[in-house]
Design a protein around this ligand. Structure first.
Ligand SMILES: [Zn+2]
Length: 307
């Protein structure tokens, strides 16, 4: 793969996250009343969109009511010098949140992604992931006292006497692997996951566990789910996947043998496909992975190679 990272949805580093500036509460407060600043309202992990399904963006000028109604307002970054904030209206009912934001409805960003520009999709996903984290971290896991947002919403700190624990947004990495068979013909391993639609095949993936490197996780997942021993584990690229807290890390690996033994639990079937077979599937209108996923990019990157 190793393509331009901006070809993968939800990432791309579109904003200047202004790490030093956001640590200054006075600077954040000034940005919140700066008429140049822009507010992105969200409701319970969903984008608030207008009737034509464009995410609502409000100028900070005249948005006092919106801000006053928010559970949390977090600084996302600077977009060409203008500050962008995400505003969480999750504590309100859906109709009230829409009315406050001037929106027609609330829609998941993954349902909108085909119609959004890459920067808008990335910023909406980022806002969703960060606000989701805040909603789940209102109390300290050490002493149980309330926590408060700091650094423009990029940390929370415990208010408990003598505690002061700092909480940082949690990222949960997962590996996703395109496994090639040894020898000829060139084939790759795809699996059918329990609960997936009939005839739906995808690459193998799983969460990284404590005490594992990414490569350890690749070897374990393939052994557990497909009974395959892999060698030559090679990094391909990564994708922000804040649904709610993922980071997808893509690899290619080569199997030591073509023997496959699925776990029958998460994976109900796995088999080897040639490029010709996969091209036939695509030509027949059966897509390989969601268009916005790294799975899709891994498979199409492999298909693009010569036979
Ligand atoms: Zn505490």
């Amino acid at each position: 793969m190793r393509t331009d990272e901006r070809t993968l949805a939800y990432g791309g580093g579109w904003l200047d996250r202004a790490g030093a500036l956001r640590a200054d509460p006075g600077w954040i407060a000034a940005r919140l009343t700066d008429p140049e600043s822009v507010l992105l309202p969200l409701w319970r992990d969903r984008c608030l969109v207008s009737a034509d399904r464009a995410p609502v963006r409000r100028s900070a000028a005249g948005a006092a009511e919106l801000r006053a109604a928010a559970d949390e307002t977090v600084f996302l970054g600077l977009d060409a010098g203008r500050a962008l904030f995400a505003v969480d209206l999750s504590g309100r009912g859906e109709a009230e949140a829409c009315a406050l934001a001037g929106a027609a409805e609330a829609v998941d960003v993954r349902a909108l992604v085909g119609g959004l520009g890459a920067a808008e999709a990335a910023v909406q996903a980022y806002a969703k992931g960060l606000l989701h984290w805040h909603r789940g971290q209102r109390f300290c896991g050490g002493c149980g006292a309330a926590t408060v947002a700091r650094d423009g919403g990029h940390t929370r700190s415990c208010t408990g006497a003598g505690c002061g624990r700092l909480l940082f947004p949690r990222i949960e990495p997962a590996v996703i692997v395109l496994v090639e068979a040894p020898g000829e013909p060139e084939r790759c391993l795809l699996a059918r996951h329990r609960g997936a639609a009939e005839g739906s095949w995808s690459t193998l993936a799983g969460f990284v566990e404590v005490g594992e490197s990414l490569e350890d996780a690749v070897r374990r997942e393939l052994a557990e789910e497909a009974g395959v021993t892999v060698v030559d584990v090679a990094y391909q690229g990564s994708q922000a996947w804040p649904f709610p807290a993922g980071l997808m890390v893509g690899f290619r690996a080569t199997a030591a043998s073509t023997e496959v033994r699925v776990d029958g639990d998460e994976v109900v079937d796995a088999r080897w496909f040639t490029r010709a077979e996969l091209r036939e599937r695509v030509a027949a209108g059966r897509p390989l992975g969601r268009i916005d996923s790294i799975d899709h990019h891994l498979l199409h990157g492999w298909l693009a190679a010569d036979d």
